[in-house]
Design a binder for this molecule. Structure first.
Ligand code: NDP
Ligand code: MG
Length: 401
């Protein structure tokens, strides 16, 4: 174990969310190793500016256009002179500031452009924002390679796989096993799922997360996104990526090698650990943040994902097999469907119907160019929104009768 000589300067985007706050907790504990020099959020300007004051940052960005004016005034009052606001704010900030590592903790496709801006400058990215890899993974990994920068996953499963692969050859991998807790509805029948409410779907058994990923975890679409994310990050074909239910969330994922050996990475479930790994990579630093008491772990169980219960996971596999922009389209459709469920327009069991509708109509197109991917994202959102409107007007008609 080595100690780092100089502090790493971090730009943290999506600072006001679950991963953003956990990152800040890690930095507070390890202030001699890491320094936050830039922060961004979407609309929560109060929390953002409070953090900017605490960490004395050089730059802030807020992407919600409607709050731009008040935000700029308040940020200037704090003496911050590098202020970005509006839809392009995060990308502009990632392109303009001097930093050592971008921590992308934003949610949704909005994370694509800032990630590319950092990589194009040869700056590595600690990436929580899985939608970026799902939609534009091929482009992101190519830009990283061309500029000798790294994409270091924060998602706990991918952090585990990366750690298991250290010192190994890609050709030696037989398959990887992504673990899933199974979410809150592992044993529910499809009839029971039709009646699920928002609060129930948001209550994950092991992790406390933002609303989108909590709903994605309940449908297991989150695991589907992670299958696609793994294919991009580790350059693996779809049939080498398996999912297994592991209720305790202690084994974060596993790699099975050609000789039959299996490596796993384990700890008490706590996102601060994969965050710390990503921030300190390629080194490991001394930390007491997450402690695991092996004798208290008792049983670790593994079981198959119940067949037929999680069609959203199956759709993600299907999109990965289709290739091209299909994963981008499915991920964009999911953002629309989850938002519609959260605001009461559609039922929980209709999320998969929206995804199905978009994927069924999708035609193959290459995902080599960013413009094509962004265009696919827009078209898929429009298709999903139209289908959501059809579903919600049916609900309104029924409740009027
Ligand atoms: P949250 O919803 O808690 O936080 C999202 C953050 O992104 C907030 O800072 C939010 O700002 C900002 N944001 C929201 N919309 C936009 C937008 N359109 N443009 C720019 N910024 C935006 O999400 P999580 O922290 O749970 O998740 C973040 C990412 O990490 C997701 O991709 C998720 O899948 C992934 N992830 C999360 C895990 C977890 O444990 N939470 C685990 C593994 C991966 P504001 O607060 O102002 O709205
Ligand atoms: Mg995960």
């Amino acid at each position: 174990m080595k100690t780092q000589r100089s502090r790493k300067n971090l730009l943290l985007q999506g600072a006001t969310g679950s991963i953003g706050r956990s990152t800040l907790a890690v930095v507070r504990k390890h202030a001699s190793q890491f320094r936050i020099i830039g922060l961004s959020a979407h609309s929560n300007s109060e929390e953002l500016l409070g953090l900017a004051e605490e960490f004395k940052v050089q730059s802030v960005a807020l992407t919600d256009e409607s709050r731009a004016e008040d935000f700029r005034v308040a940020a200037r009052r704090l003496g911050i002179d590098r202020i970005h606001s509006g839809a392009e704010a995060a990308a502009e900030q990632a392109a303009a500031l001097d930093y050592d590592l971008l921590v992308n903790a934003m949610v949704g496709g909005a994370g694509i452009e800032p990630t590319l801006k950092a990589l194009q400058r040869g700056i590595s990215v600690a990436l929580a924002n899985k939608e970026t890899l799902v939609a534009a993974g091929r482009i992101v990994m190519r830009v990283a390679r061309e500029n000798k920068a790294r994409v270091i996953p924060i998602d706990s499963e991918h952090s585990a796989i990366m750690q298991c692969l250290m010192g190994e050859q890609n050709e030696s991998v037989r398959r990887i096993w992504l673990t899933t807790s199974g979410g809150p509805f592992l044993k529910r029948s499809s009839n029971e799922l039709a009646k699920v409410g928002v609060q129930e779907a948001l209550a994950h058994p092991t992790w406390k997360m933002g609303p989108k990923i909590s709903i994605d975890s309940a449908t297991l679409f989150n695991k589907g996104l992670e299958v696609i994310e793994a294919a991009c990050l580790f350059d693996l074909p779809v049939d080498q990526i398996e999912v297994v239910v592991h209720r305790q969330s202690v084994v974060h994922s596993m790699v099975e090698f050609c000789d039959g050996s299996i490596k796993a990475q384990m700890s008490t479930p706590d996102m601060r650990l994969p965050i710390l790994f990503a921030l300190s990579y390629p080194e490991r630093i001394q930390s007491e943040i997450v402690q695991t008491r092996i004798p208290e772990l008792h049983a670790l169980t593994f079981e198959e994902v119940p067949k037929g219960n999680f069609p959203c996971l199956e759709l993600a596999y299907e999109a990965l097999r289709m290739g091209g922009t299909a994963p981008a389209a499915l991920s964009a459709a999911d953002e629309v469907a989850v938002q519609a469920f959260l605001n009461g327009s559609i039922e929980f069991s209709e999320i998969v119907r929206v995804l199905n509708e978009v994927l069924n109509l999708w035609q193959y197109e290459s995902d080599e160019a960013l413009e094509t991917v962004m265009n696919a994202d827009r078209r898929a959102r429009a298709m999903a929104t139209e289908y959501v409107l059809r579903l919600s007007s049916k609900h309104k008609a029924v409740s009027c009768c």
